[in-house]
Ligand binder design. Structure first.
Ligand SMILES: [Mn+2]
Length: 435
C-alpha cells in the first residue's frame, strides 16, 4: 500500500510550468556536451541510478553543545522521521533509504516499521549503534568508554548492544552496521594508547563474529570530540589497521568532517580504495572541525574531488570489494541547526548529485593521458572543465522523469508540509542538540 506524503498532482502542477525552460536548458547543455563527445542521456542514466541515504536523526533539528532551537512541526519519533524522509525522497527521487540509529529509533515491531517505510517508498540503510551516551536504566555507564572501556562488563554491554543492532538491522533489511565510538581521553596519561586499542579490537572482533555473511561492519573514525586529547579510532590509519585486523567484512567509513584541518580527503579515499577497504561515506561540510554543515555549502570543490576518486574507483574495482564491485554506502550526516532539516537535506542531496555528475563528466582518457605524459596543466584542466559545467538541468530532468520535482525547494514550500505538521505534531522540547 502506497502512502506517499506529497500529492502527485502538486508535483505535476509544479513541474508543468517549469518543463519548457528545463527542456531548453537540457537541450542546450546536451549540444554543448555532444561537442566533446559526451552523450547527455548516458550521464542522466547514471544520475537516475545514483542515490544517497539520509539519517533518521537528520530529520530533526540538531544543535550545538550549547543549545538546540526546535521548530514547530519537527518530528518527535521514528514514524514522523520516516514521513519527513519520504518527503525528501519523493521530491528528490534520490534518497530512498534511511539510516536508523539505536536506541533512538527503537520500536516494539521492526517488521511493522519495515512495512511502514516501504509504504512511504523507503528502505533502510546502515544501522548505527550508540555507545557514546548512557540510556535511562542502563546497567553500566559509558563514561569510561565503551568497546575500549577498562571495565569488562561495560565492554560486554557495548558488544551486546552492537549485536542487538545487527539483529534489528536484519529485520529492517539492512546489510551494514556502522560503529562509531566516542572512546578516548581528555588528558595525557589518562589511558594507555596500546592497551585501549587492544581492548577495542578484542570487543570489536566479538561484534564482527556476529555479522551475517552478506553484512559489512563500517568503522567510523573521528579525530576529536567528545574526547579532546585522543580518540581510540582517531584517523583513517587507525581505521584501516583495525579493519584489516578484524577481517574482510570490516571496512572504513569516511565522514568528511572527521579529519584534521586541511587533510587531503580525496587522497584518503583513493588509499582506502586501493586496499578494498572503502566501505562508506558520511557527507557533510566543514569550515573548522566536525561542523556537520550542509554538504557542498563550504567546499564543493573538495566534494567534487572526492567524487572524482569515487568514479575512478568504480571503473577500477579492487580485490575485496563487496559482490557487484565497488559500491560504498553513501549517506548524509549533518546537523541542521538553523534550517528546516527537510530543506537542508533536499539542498544537500542536490549538491552531492552535482559533484557526482561533474565527476562522471571528467574526460578520463584525457586525464590519464595527461597524467602519463606528465602534462600537469592538461591533467588539471581535465578536472576543471568538468567542474565548471552547470549540471543542474541533467539532475532536474532525471528527477522529474522519476516523478520528483524540478525545483525541490519551491515544491516543498508550496506543499505546506511543515506548517501542516506544526498543527499535528507535539512540540519538541528544548535542550542540547546532537553533538
Ligand atoms: Mn558521521
Amino acid at each position: 500500500m502506497s502512502n506517499l506524503p506529497i500529492s502527485a498532482d502538486l508535483i505535476a502542477e509544479h513541474n508543468a510550468v517549469r518543463t519548457d525552460a528545463l527542456e531548453d536548458d537540457y537541450a542546450a547543455l546536451g549540444r554543448k556536451l555532444a561537442r566533446t563527445g559526451v552523450d547527455i542521456a548516458a550521464v542522466k542514466a547514471r544520475l537516475a541510478d545514483f542515490s544517497v541515504a539520509v539519517p533518521s536523526w537528520g530529520a530533526g533539528r540538531g544543535g550545538t553543545r550549547f543549545a538546540k532551537f526546535p521548530i514547530p512541526g519537527e518530528p518527535t519519533n521514528i514514524h514522523e522521521k520516516l514521513a519527513d524522509c519520504a518527503v525528501i525522497n519523493q521530491l528528490s527521487q534520490m534518497t530512498p533509504r534511511v539510516s536508523p540509529h539505536f536506541p533512538w529509533d527503537k520500536v516494539s515491531d521492526f517488521a511493522g516499521l519495515r512495512e511502514e517505510a516501504a509504504s512511504l517508498g523507503l528502505g533502510f540503510d546502515a544501522v548505527n549503534s550508540n555507545t557514546f551516551q548512557d540510556q535511562p536504566g542502563q546497567a553500566h555507564s559509558y563514561s569510561t568508554g565503551s568497546l575500549s572501556s577498562t571495565i569488562e562488563a561495560t565492554r560486554q554491554q557495548a558488544v551486546e548492544h552492537n549485536i542487538e543492532c545487527i539483529e534489528i538491522g536484519r529485520q529492517l533489511g539492512s546489510t551494514d552496521l556502522t560503529v562509531w565510538v566516542g572512546d578516548g581521553t581528555n588528558f595525557p596519561g589518562q589511558q594507555d594508547f596500546v592497551r585501549s586499542l587492544d581492548r577495542y579490537l578484542d570487543a570489536a572482533s566479538q561484534v564482527y563474529a556476529a555479522l551475517p555473511d552478506d553484512w559489512q561492519m563500517l568503522l567510523e573514525h573521528k579525530m576529536f570530540e567528545p574526547a579532546f586529547y585522543s580518540t581510540v579510532i582517531s584517523d583513517w590509519g587507525s581505521s584501516i589497521l583495525a579493519a584489516q585486523e578484524l577481517g574482510p567484512k570490516a571496512k572504513c567509513l569516511v565522514d568528511l568532517g572527521h579529519h584534521a584541518p586541511n587533510m587531503n580527503i580525496e587522497q584518503i579515499v583513493a588509499r582506502l580504495h586501493r586496499f578494498g577497504k572503502l566501505g562508506g561515506f558520511h557527507f557533510n561540510d566543514s569550515k573548522y572541525g566536525d561542523d556537520d554543515l550542509d554538504s557542498g555549502s563550504i567546499n564543493p570543490h573538495q566534494l567534487f574531488l572526492v567524487f572524482n576518486e569515487l568514479v575512478e574507483a568504480e571503473a577500477n574495482p579492487r580485490a575485496n570489494e563487496r559482490e557487484g564491485g565497488f559500491n560504498p554506502s553513501y549517506m548524509i550526516d549533518q546537523s541542521h541547526n538553523v534550517t528546516d532539516p527537510i530543506e537542508s537535506m533536499l539542498s544537500s542531496a542536490e549538491a552531492i548529485a552535482q559533484c557526482f555528475a561533474k565527476a562522471v563528466l571528467v574526460d578520463r582518457e584525457a586525464l590519464h593521458e595527461a597524467q602519463a605524459s606528465n602534462d600537469t596543466m592538461m591533467a588539471f584542466q581535465a578536472l576543471r572543465r568538468a567542474y565548471n559545467v552547470d549540471v543542474s538541468p541533467i539532475i532536474a530532468k532525471a528527477r522529474a522523469e522519476a516523478g520528483g520535482a524540478i525545483d525541490v525547494l519551491a515544491a516543498y514550500r508550496k506543499s505546506g508540509w511543515r506548517q501542516r505538521k506544526a498543527q499535528e505534531r507535539k512540540a519538541v522540547g528544548l535542550g542540547a542538540g546532537i553533538v
